[in-house]
Design a protein around this ligand. Structure first.
Ligand code: CUA
Length: 310
């Protein structure tokens, strides 16, 4: 795990490769910058106007100078081009032993699905020392899966699957949680900036236990359900403004729908709004929520929670 100047930690082979390219490009640019600025200062002093009204000598062009300033950048570009196109192939190779995680972007949360069927919301966990293949897609619009530590962004496109391989290299002996480090890097609407997920690298044994438990874990308190489903990305619980209506005082309140009709928010309305959010959209609500497949029991726990927030 090398770190260069202001860059965040580099995790995985791809990140190290990309940092190598970045460092080379940066070094070349630094040399050019220092050279140009130094010449500028030298010329300013050396060729200063000698007397008022006296003009400098006109130069009509120089083949030698033109060849030099064309050839040097051309060589630099060819070197960088060969270096980076080779890297594209290295990055796209998929090793045979991969641990597959499905990544689904949606307005405005990230869902991660593990090989055993366990799903986590806004909480990405990977086992250390294993190659991980992320298969990325979207439920609604284009999002972009980005962990700055991986250095690479990958678009999440509805109806398509893109992928990103995290090579195990440098993912050893890490037991670390990176808070809000899965970032959506493609503008996708109201709560785009809040489309964040935690990212944790766990020792393999601990990870296996976690992923097995996650599959059967039944969440019973409303707040955990809200967190686990990413509800809180858009709905506040303290009355503050979000992409969706705040949950504080929502239950029992009267709302005006887009068509002018008035409804009282009761259990049935909440259930319908979760399963089919477009059925009765409140007036002035612009963010369109995706449908959530929650069972009656879970919705019951949520309604209980709404009761507390009254
Ligand atoms: Cu999803 Cu921006």
């Amino acid at each position: 795990m090398e770190r260069f100047l202001w860059l965040p930690e580099a995790i995985g082979k791809t990140a190290s490769e990309i940092d190598g390219l970045f460092n080379l490009t940066f070094a070349i640019a630094l040399v050019v910058f220092v050279l140009v600025e130094a010449l500028l200062v030298i010329f300013m002093i050396r060729f200063k106007r000698k007397a008022p009204g006296k003009e400098g000598r006109y130069i009509e062009g120089s083949t030698k100078a033109e060849v030099i300033w064309t050839l040097i950048p051309a060589i630099i570009l060819v070197v960088l081009g060969i270096y980076s196109s080779g890297m594209v192939y290295t990055i796209q190779e998929t090793p045979s032993d991969v641990y597959e995680i499905k990544v689904v972007g949606m307005k405005w949360a990230w869902e991660f699905e593990y090989p055993n069927g366990a799903k986590s919301m806004n909480d990405l966990r990977i086992p250390e020392g294993k190659n991980v293949l992320f298969k990325i897609t979207s439920k609604d619009v284009i999002h972009s899966f980005w962990v700055p530590e991986f250095r690479l962004k990958q678009d999440a496109v509805p109806g398509r699957e893109t992928q990103f391989v995290l090579y195990a290299q440098d993912v050893e002996n890490l037991n670390q949680k990176y808070e809000k480090r899965v970032i959506c890097a493609e503008y996708c609407g109201n709560a785009h900036s809040k489309m964040l997920a935690d990212f944790t690298i766990m020792p393999a044994g601990e990870f296996d236990t976690w992923v097995a438990e996650e599959k059967t874990r039944k969440k019973t308190d409303g707040y955990s359900i809200a967190l686990a489903n990413g509800c809180t990305s858009c709905h506040s619980i303290d009355g503050s403004k979000g992409a969706g209506p705040t949950w504080k005082g929502l239950l029992g309140s009267e709302r005006e729908l887009a068509n002018g009709q008035k409804v009282v928010v009761d259990e049935a309305y909440i259930k319908e709004s979760i399963l089919d959010p477009n059925a009765k959209v409140a007036k002035g609500v612009t963010g369109v929520m995706p449908a959530y497949q929650l069972d009656d029991e879970t919705i019951g726990y949520l309604v209980k929670y709404f009761e507390e927030l009254k």
